[in-house]
Design a protein around this ligand. Structure first.
Ligand code: C5P
Length: 293
């Protein structure tokens, strides 16, 4: 049975709260431990059954064809389900690309969720998760759609709680390649976040500065060496009263979490005018949809 109408799907960004790179695996990926948290900054994906396939994307610097991760996800869905789809798809981008915020991965997850719904759910939740992992390491997380503790190459997930906090995302205007960042990390220097200390942690823990000492991102040393202005930004955001500041993933975006929205708004003033700043919140459900895929 084919579903009807148009679906408008929210594709939220994520931040990494701590990221430990453990070792390089035989398959070339890196084994890691991280906490992935959905945030309110989001792209929008509109999909509609149509007479012929059409794809457009508001960001014309991204592939407008089969090279776009959204279309790669669609082809994989077709292969796996045996359904020849015909969709009109529009992607409205807000999440900066190459920022470590998972924008492309979230768009692909939204496509998988949406097309499966439009065509009457031919694939199970587990089948969708398998396709997601084939497409990219953090795409399964966006199908879970809630804060998760992630291991493996980022695809092994355990849902967890994370307090709802206001924050800022700062994007310096240039991207970082995740693959190159992994190659550049010195694996002998990685730190080891104490994720275990996060059991039951709450908004009020921000004030205690405990997170600052316990939870770190192993990409920071290499990325801050290549781009010292990002390390300076981190210091300034702490000086401005942030409770926790970190690079997200392999960057280039840096995020700051605050106890109150007001402190974050004041901090915006010291960020270079040509960088992008987004006010965000950490979320328990990124898409606002029920948890079921
Ligand atoms: O899986 P995804 O396509 O998002 O990863 C992009 C690149 O980042 C991979 O090609 C790989 O070089 C690197 N990567 C890694 N270890 C991970 C995740 C990604 O080395 N756990």
């Amino acid at each position: 049975m084919i579903g009807t109408g148009t679906l408008v799907l929210k594709a939220p960004a994520k931040i990494n709260f701590g990221l430990d790179i453990l070792h390089r695996r035989e398959d070339g990926y890196h084994e890691l431990k991280t906490m992935l948290v959905p945030i309110s900054l989001a792209d929008t994906l509109r999909i509609q059954i149509a007479a012929r396939e059409q794809f457009s994307c508001s960001d014309t610097t991204l592939p407008q064809d089969a090279g776009n991760l959204v279309i790669r996800a669609l082809r994989l869905f077709e292969e796996s389900s045996g359904i020849a789809t015909s969709l009109n798809i529009h992607l409205e981008k807000r999440i900066p690309t190459g920022a470590g915020l998972g924008g492309g991965s979230s768009d692909a997850a939204a496509l998988l969720r949406g097309v499966n719904q439009l065509y009457g759910k031919p694939l199970s939740r587990d089948e969708l998760l398998e396709l997601a992992a084939l497409l990219g390491s953090d795409i399964p997380f966006f199908l879970y759609d809630c804060p998760c503790y992630a291991t493996g190459r980022g695809e092994m997930l355990v849902p967890t709680l994370f307090p709802s906090l206001p924050g800022l995302i700062v994007f310096p205007g240039f991207p970082v390649s995740t693959a190159i960042a992994y190659q550049a990390v010195d694996l002998s220097l990685t730190s080891g976040s104490r994720f275990v200390s996060l059991k039951g942690f709450q908004r009020s823990d921000l004030a205690s500065a405990g997170w600052r000492d316990d939870i770190s991102n192993d990409f920071e040393s290499v990325i801050f060496r290549l781009h010292p202005e990002l390390g300076d930004l981190k210091k300034k955001l702490y000086d401005s009263g942030a409770g926790y500041v970190s690079l997200s993933g392999s960057g280039s975006a840096v995020y700051a979490l605050y106890e109150s929205r007001q402190i974050g708004d004041e901090a915006r003033l010291m960020i270079p005018a040509n960088w992008s700043v987004f006010s965000i919140e950490t979320l328990l459900h990124g898409t606002g949809l029920p948890r079921e895929i």
